[in-house]
Design a protein around this ligand. Structure first.
Ligand SMILES: Nc1nc2c(c(=O)[nH]1)N[C@H]1C(S)=C(S)[C@@H](COP(=O)(O)OP(=O)(O)OC[C@H]3O[C@@H](n4cnc5c(=O)[nH]c(N)nc54)[C@H](O)[C@@H]3O)O[C@H]1N2
Ligand SMILES: Nc1nc2c(c(=O)[nH]1)N[C@H]1C(S)=C(S)[C@@H](COP(=O)(O)OP(=O)(O)OC[C@H]3O[C@@H](n4cnc5c(=O)[nH]c(N)nc54)[C@H](O)[C@@H]3O)O[C@H]1N2
Ligand SMILES: [Mo]
Length: 635
């Protein structure tokens, strides 16, 4: 029996127990883990299959005359070192994602920063929400997830309770059995009805107006927590701003009834323990940051934070427990290029990139307007991708280096949801001649630098855990598979916030959405069984499905199960229509991650819109409409 952990980009960070019997292996959740409690999800269970998948790349592949041919690692390293040494650092671009997580996963960043290469900025994931919370409170924090047990009422702002984390699903089921009430707010189509006592349908991208409408009622009723006002900056201006809006207007903007707004305000002003879950969906809009600022401002002003059973849960930084094992400085902003709009950014700034190193990201697939991102990759003279599958990015590269996957290498990692860190130990030898990302970079470091900036893995681990929140030794962490760190259970206790003066900052604006844009909001939501684009090719043989309400004005004459073209200003994608009347008429849902080469990828028709706060991708502000499929021949 061995202990390991999942390194996928998922807040669960589950501890695994792996048993090997000859050629066979089984993987189980670790029952001792306080958050995952022995449960592992479909993605975790599928890891053994993924590791042993026949499509896996197991030798370095070099493209010659348009065809990939296996080469030796010696040759691969020689080529990479010669390419890097033959260029100015500023002709090299490093594109790194979070496809694999952990302390050692930072190695390629340390390598390319030591070189002085270009890197990307902007987040495809959570940055708008993180920055919004930091703008309000001066830090990104939340109560320990175990504290959710003490909530009387959970208000769920846009978390998909059954898809994004099965541990949250299990927790919600358990809490409801013991009497906790759950109210979910979303544009629908998520199946949250089964896991909630009540669901409230909201127009996509408008949660800030709902939060503002609730705050307005609390202000009018004198139900604002005085201690929070005392510990805040800008309350009077904020109050005036909110009171300028009429309740009916705010209700109209979010399309939630006054009755439901009153119901929510009576929850936030009650003397019950109220915890608020905030999903990542609410912040993937042009004003997504503001949505999160208003929801968390509501939690603060109603006094539903910093106390047992009361607080908001968005996410925490999974790296917050670790010290950096390298002292390479951050890349200056002028040497960073915007990830979401790579091709235009490189052209507009006349940056001639001749070498790209891509690891842990399927950049030609997951960024908005991926067709152009794919062109940026194709336009580059030499592209190295470190991955295990021939996805949209790998296929466009000149050299593919096959990486070891979870359980084939040692790693330590934290969680974006709970306060444990996990040991992800090596259980299997890497498939074929696959090599861990860390070993690849360390070897390259020895060929490119006089003084290799990448030390031994053990040195990195030992340095990384030298932080106040970790009191265990590396040996203990390895033996137990996980440890709990020493973060306080409550965040923002006594309404003391993260800024040096301890006060929170209130929003100064409430922005409107653009008026009368054609179309519905295209919501590209998570797939229950897969993480992002890590979907086997064999599962992508049917047309992607678009879920839409029969009330949608854009459905026109189109029928359930019929084929149609999903259209935006930048392109078209052939889909099958699925009617789902739980979805708001201004929204439609397609599951994300499908590959461009199988014509499954909605990112080929999503423009690179940026969020108001942070540099997030506002995928869900993309407007789309439908056309009959018979009109199109270019599908
Ligand atoms: N199975 C699976 N699990 C995953 C992942 C995966 O790919 N597959 N990815 C992981 C990663 S990296 C992330 S970031 C998370 C993402 O996890 P989620 O938070 O589930 O993220 P999304 O799918 O982006 O958005 C989720 C929800 O936002 C709601 N929503 C959309 N717009 C609005 C709105 O305007 N208001 C409100 N109130 N709700 C709205 C939708 O109804 C949807 O249920 O999941 C992680 N877990
Ligand atoms: N339309 C739309 N697109 C979205 C979103 C959305 O809401 N809508 N949300 C997005 C979100 S939340 C996120 S987090 C991003 C995710 O975007 P990506 O980070 O690109 O996610 P994946 O598609 O999972 O790609 C990760 C890649 O890492 C590889 N990988 C796995 N393990 C390892 C390893 O150990 N080493 C190396 N070198 N590679 C490894 C996998 O094989 C995979 O190809 O994209 C997002 N894209
Ligand atoms: Mo994400």
């Amino acid at each position: 029996m061995s202990i390991s952990a999942c390194t996928l980009d998922c807040p669960g960070t589950c501890s695994f127990i792996v048993e090997k019997k000859g050629e066979q292996a089984t993987i189980k959740g670790n029952p001792k883990h306080p958050f995952s409690k022995g449960l592992i999800c479909a993605k975790g269970k599928a890891l053994l299959k993924r590791i042993n998948h026949p499509d896996r790349i197991t030798a370095p592949l070099l493209k010659r005359n348009g065809k990939f041919e296996p080469i030796s690692w010696d040759e691969a390293f020689k080529i990479c070192a010669a390419e890097i040494k033959g260029l100015d650092a500023e002709e090299c671009l490093h594109i790194k994602g979070y496809g694999f997580r952990g302390v050692l996963a930072k190695a390629s960043t340390v390598f390319f920063r030591s070189l002085g290469a270009l890197e990307t900025y902007g987040s495809l994931c959570d940055e708008a929400g993180c920055e919004a919370i930091i703008q309000n409170f001066g830090s990104l924090d939340q109560n320990n997830i175990s504290d959710l047990d003490k909530a009387d009422i959970i208000v769920n702002w846009g978390k998909d309770l059954s898809r994004s984390s099965i541990h949250i699903t299990a927790l919600i089921k358990k809490l409801r059995k013991s009497g906790t009430k759950v109210i979910s707010i979303s544009p629908g189509g998520d199946g949250n009805e089964k896991l909630s006592d009540e669901t409230i349908l909201i127009r996509p991208g408008t949660d800030r107006f709902l939060a503002a409408a609730i705050i307005r009622i609390l202000i009018e009723g004198g139900n604002i927590e005085a201690q929070v006002v005392k510990n805040s900056i800008g309350y009077d201006e904020f109050k005036n701003l909110i009171l300028k809006y009429d309740s009916i207007e705010l209700a109209d903007r979010c399309n939630v009834s006054i009755e439901n707004i009153r119901k929510l305000s009576s929850i936030y002003k009650s003397d019950k323990n109220v915890s608020s879950l905030i999903g990542w969906g609410v912040q993937r809009y042009s004003f997504g940051g503001e949505n999160v600022r208003y929801i968390t401002t509501l939690c603060a002003l109603s006094g539903k934070l910093g106390k047992e059973g009361s607080g908001f849960y968005y996410n925490i930084s999974s790296g917050r427990n670790f010290a950096s094992w390298a002292d390479t400085p951050d890349t200056p902003q002028e040497r960073k290029v915007l990830l979401h709009d790579l091709k235009n950014e490189l052209e507009a700034r006349d940056i001639k990139v001749k070498f790209m190193w891509i690891d842990g990201i399927n950049v030609a697939n997951q960024v908005p307007n991926c067709t152009e991102a794919a062109q940026a990759v194709e336009n580059c003279k030499f592209v190295v991708t470190v991955d295990a599958f021939m996805n949209d990015t790998a296929a466009r590269s000149n050299l593919i280096l096959p990486c070891a996957l979870t359980m084939e290498r040692d790693e330590i990692l934290g969680s974006a949801m709970h306060n444990c860190i996990a040991w992800s130990g090596k259980v299997f030898e890497p498939k074929g001649s696959a090599m861990s990302d860390f070993d690849i970079i360390r070897k390259l470091g020895s060929l490119v630098f006089e003084n290799n900036p990448i030390p031994k893995a053990e040195t990195c681990f030992k340095k990384a855990i030298q932080t106040p929140s970790i009191t265990n030794s590396l040996e203990e962490i390895k033996k137990q598979g996980f440890i709990e760190t020493t973060w306080p259970v409550l965040a923002y206790e006594n309404y003391v916030f993260g800024f040096a003066d301890g006060k929170m900052r209130l929003p100064k604006k409430l922005n409107s959405n653009p008026q009368k844009e054609k179309g519905f909001n295209l919501l590209t939501l998570v797939n229950k069984n897969y993480i992002h684009s890590q979907i086997p090719a064999q599962k992508q043989d049917k047309l992607p499905e678009l879920y839409i309400s029969s009330e949608s004005p854009y459905l026109a004459e189109l029928e359930n199960h019929s084929e149609a073209m999903l259209c935006t200003d930048i392109g078209k994608l052939k889909i099958t229509i699925r009617i789902d009347n739980t979805i708001h008429p201004d929204a439609a849902i397609i599951r994300r991650g499908g590959w461009m080469k199988f014509k499954q990828n909605a990112n080929s028709i999503i423009a690179p819109l940026i969020t108001d706060i942070g540099v997030g991708a506002a995928y869900y502000s993309q407007k789309a409409w439908l056309e009959p499929s018979s009109l199109s021949i270019s599908d």
